[in-house]
Design a protein around this ligand. Structure first.
Ligand SMILES: Nc1ncnc2c1ncn2[C@@H]1O[C@H](COP(=O)(O)OP(=O)(O)OP(=O)(O)O)[C@@H](O)[C@H]1O
Length: 270
């Protein structure tokens, strides 16, 4: 079986010559819950936009479920769902109108679209907000609706850019169990999040991008072993300590960040 997501030497430069994503390779196997991590500005959203056909790469290749994204984007988009950065909702529609539009756009018939719309709005706790225009939705409500829209056609591969940002704890719990249910039924999920406790609980495999380069990838245990081996050379390391994902992340990308030395910074601040 081909990987659910494969990218080879994927690169994106912007005007002025700045390269946000620099020759990255990714392979996500079917059924994996994959966490894509990195500091602010590392290139996560740019990568997701390329993988989902929202942004053309400068160079490199992308295959989704063995299908070439760049040569056959329409076929690929049938099988994927995406919650992009910024969500891209239509402010002048209600939630029901929006989900009907998205469902029909994916080719679902009217009855299935209506049924799934009602189920999704109920599931997301938005059933009482059906008359409100999306422009008047709160940020968290918009996130939940964007996720509903991303799954209405039952995608095999789901891309989520910060799905838990601004979502309350109860809804986050509901979303997590929905995503785990999708994985149990064979879907593949590619997710970015700065909430590392959630990523640690959900994701079996992880890649970390920093300044456009992949600096670590593998299963959580492989990443842990890599950092542990590096730390073993230092004096402060406890070889028996089980590193959290946050500790792994900070070890992999935190070295140059001013935030790791807060006592040296902003002395004038209170
Ligand atoms: N359209 C654009 N034009 C110029 N530069 C851009 C554009 N889009 C993104 N960038 C730059 O590319 C780099 C990567 O941005 P990206 O949004 O992919 O980061 P990110 O890892 O998702 O960050 P965050 O965690 O803060 O959301 C940043 O330096 C950003 O300023």
């Amino acid at each position: 079986m081909p990987p659910a997501i494969a990218a080879h030497s994927l690169t994106r430069s912007f005007d002025g010559g700045f390269t946000a994503v620099d020759r990255i390779d990714l392979a996500v196997e079917p059924g994996q819950f994959f966490g894509f991590l990195g500091p602010n500005g590392a290139g996560k959203s740019t990568t997701i936009k390329m993988l989902t056909g929202l942004l053309a790469p400068t160079s490199g290749s992308i295959q989704i479920l063995g299908e070439d994204m760049l040569n056959n984007p329409v076929e690929v988009k049938r099988h994927i769902g995406v919650v992009p950065e910024g969500m891209a909702l239509f402010g002048k529609l209600t939630a029901t109108e929006y989900l009907h539009f998205v469902g029909r756009m994916y080719g679902l018939d009217k009855q299935v679209t209506q049924q799934r719309t009602a189920e999704l709005l109920e599931f997301m706790g938005l059933a009482n907000e059906q008359k409100k225009l999306l422009a008047d939705y709160s940020h968290g409500m918009g996130k939940k609706l964007a996720l509903a829209a991303a799954v209405i056609h039952g995608p095999k591969v789901l891309f989520l850019d910060e799905p838990f940002e601004g979502v309350d704890a109860i809804a986050a719990g509901t979303l997590k169990s929905m995503l785990q249910g999708m994985i149990a039924r064979g879907a593949t999920i590619f997710l970015t999040s700065h909430v590392l406790e959630i990523v640690e609980r959900l994701c079996s495999h992880i890649a970390i991008i920093d300044k456009g380069h992949i600096v670590a990838k593998g299963s959580l245990d492989e990443l842990r072993a890599g950092v542990q081996a590096r730390l073993a050379h230092g004096e402060a390391a406890d070889p028996n300590a089980k590193l959290t994902l946050e500790q792994i992340f900070i070890n992999v990308v935190g070295g140059e960040s001013g935030a790791t030395h807060p006592e040296q910074e902003l002395q004038w601040l209170g």
